[in-house]
Design a protein around this ligand. Structure first.
Ligand code: AP5
Length: 301
């Protein structure tokens, strides 16, 4: 009964979110998500052994308690929030990692995951772009790498992420790492300081689909919302006028970004093989979301 209720909540939460999204995207463009090649029959969740994962969660929770990460009161507060379906009974927030190639849909899915589980969303791409805009030392060191589509050096990003994960909001609400770790050195840096995750979600999307997604992506600088000029454009003229394109979202630069991704991805996936969930990212966003949330719920409950 608990799992039926949980699934019903999941479906209603995903459909409520996308009903909201459809308010800004005309029906014709919503339907155009269907233009993206899909492999529904191969939609898969692999590598997740629920009982094994529960044991891991239990041992991580003990680790977390021993270090003061989360208390019974935190869990009570979380369970009272409608945004934290699926974490009832846990003594600390979920610790999640989402990975995938450039434009595989990580940011799009993070909006939904954050809304449902109440976790702190940590996008290293967003953090670095903010540092570049603010002209900080980190931003100055990162700028040329980002502009050319290369990964910034590990020593620039590792310290920032470790510090952020150590902050009280992450300890209490849990976290969702988006775009980190991206190299073996980054994964090892987390492991060295005892930071582990409950679930590693990998969005699988072929390169040819990714190029089209990158080139058409636009972001609203006011709300941070991600659009696509073909698949999900805004229907509000004001929003349309203020949309921005990232400087690394060109066909030329995405080739460099994909090269960097392929050079590192297997090492990163290998670091999380025991908690990995692979999801077909070519499905419609709401279908991708349903698969992801089922997997997270299976680990957390
Ligand atoms: P980052 O910002 O992390 O970029 P990325 O990994 O290349 O990922 P993207 O933000 O491009 O894509 P996404 O997967 O979030 O897709 P989205 O949801 O937007 O990093 C930028 C740079 O920072 C790096 O190149 C590097 O230089 C540096 N950096 C960051 N982290 C680093 C690290 N750890 N180490 C070193 N350097 C680091 O979707 C894309 C588009 O597709 C959107 O238009 C969306 O509307 C559309 N879309 C999404 N889902 C679907 C769907 N299911 N069907 C159809 N369209 C969809």
């Amino acid at each position: 009964m608990k799992s039926i209720l949980s699934l019903a909540l999941l479906i209603s939460s995903a459909s409520a979110f996308f009903t909201q999204r459809s308010a800004v995207a005309p029906p014709s463009t919503q339907a155009s998500h269907g233009d993206v090649p899909r492999h529904r029959s191969s939609a898969s969740i692999v590598g997740l052994d629920a009982s094994k994962s529960k044991r891991k969660v239990a041992s991580r929770t003990r680790w977390s308690e021993a270090r003061g990460y989360g208390t019974t009161d935190d869990a009570t507060a979380l369970s009272e929030s409608a945004a934290t379906v699926g974490v009832v009974g846990r003594k600390s927030g979920p610790r999640l990692i989402i990975a995938g190639a450039p434009a595989s849909g990580k940011g799009t899915q993070c909006e939904l995951i954050r809304a449902r589980y109440g976790v702190v969303h940590l996008s290293t791409g967003d953090m670095l772009r903010a540092a570049v805009s603010a002209g900080t030392d980190v931003g100055r060191r990162a700028k040329d790498y980002m502009d050319s589509g290369r990964l910034v050096p590990d020593d620039v990003i590792i310290g920032i992420v470790k510090e952020r994960l150590d902050s009280p909001d992450c300890a209490e609400a849990g976290w969702l790492l988006d775009g980190f770790p991206r190299t073996l050195a980054q994964a090892e840096a987390l492991a060295e300081v005892g930071i582990s995750a409950d679930c590693f979600i990998f969005l699988n999307v072929p390169d040819e689909v990714l190029v089209e997604r990158v080139v058409g992506r636009r972001t609203d600088p006011v709300t941070g919302k991600i659009y696509h000029m073909t698949f999900s454009p805004p229907d509000d003229e004001e929003i349309l006028k203020r949309l921005e394109q990232r400087s690394d979202d060109t066909e030329e630069k995405v080739k460099v970004r994909l090269g960097q991704f392929h050079a590192n991805v297997e090492a990163v996936r290998g670091s999380y093989a025991d908690i990995a969930v692979e999801v077909d990212g070519t499905m419609r966003p709401e279908e991708v979301s349903t698969m992801i949330m089922k997997s997270i719920d299976a680990v957390l409950t």
